[in-house]
Design a protein around this ligand. Sequence first.
Ligand SMILES: Nc1ncnc2c1ncn2[C@@H]1O[C@H](COP(=O)(O)OP(=O)(O)OP(=O)(O)O)[C@@H](O)[C@H]1O
Ligand SMILES: [Mg+2]
Length: 259
Amino acid sequence: MKIAVSGKGGVGKTLIAGGLAVFFMQKRFKTIAIDADPSPNLALTLGMSPDETRLIQPISENAKLIESKTKTGYSGVFRLSFTVDDIIRQYSVKTPLGPNLIVMGTVKSMGAGCTCPANAVVRALLRHFIDEQGFAVIVDMEAGVEHMGRGTAERVDKMLIVTDAGLKALETAKHIHHLALEAGMKQVFLVGNKIGNRAQREVMVHFAERNHLNILDFVPFDPKVAEAEIDGRSPLLDKNSEAVRVIESLGDKLTSNLT
Ligand SMILES: Nc1ncnc2c1ncn2[C@@H]1O[C@H](COP(=O)(O)OP(=O)(O)OP(=O)(O)O)[C@@H](O)[C@H]1O
Ligand SMILES: [Mg+2]
């Protein structure tokens, strides 16, 4: 299963992507978290220290490896024959919370247009997972809508669009939803995050109804998440966090036939 997590800046994509990755890993999926944000920070959410994260080499900067994996001698044509286990071994780092993490770095676009080798590798990574059973790939996407091309949509099964109850985040969610459907995606869901009260929940429900959007769940605003962040801990380590508990139940919904 391949899940992309998108949404406006700061809505909670990384928290939710990280939480889902931990959920799938605990369910014994071979789990790969892909940080596709050009300002990556999923590593911190998966329990790495700032010093450790600085040592991760993003795929886009690993020119030698990319070349060895893709070069055919023809410009614009890339050889892409490597297995999922290869990918995990050579491209990912094991995080303290368990999931294997791949950091993409600055790859211009995940869409079809760009023929740079780094992009070819990323597209190949996603394509490879299509046929593999027992794998969960969670992509923490760049904020906003720019990255939403056909190339991404073709390669993930489910798109989660995270939003808070503010109009800007909701409008961005609507735009991403539109582009995702246009690109042929079938399973596109809104996830409400940082929901502080019933009124906020209702705002979101009404917005979703008016715009024919599906809401998968509501993650509450949780001060424990903010506290952990300030203390430099991963919020996902706090088993008493209500937000973390709901994110795990999102994983259950995604694996059940309900979605
Ligand atoms: N449910 C929640 N309750 C309280 N705080 C939250 C919640 N979800 C996220 N946050 C806080 O909101 C901030 C943004 O979260 P996060 O980094 O996951 O968002 P993002 O969408 O990935 O942001 P960016 O667009 O910058 O990548 C963080 O400080 C995080 O701790
Ligand atoms: Mg983020």
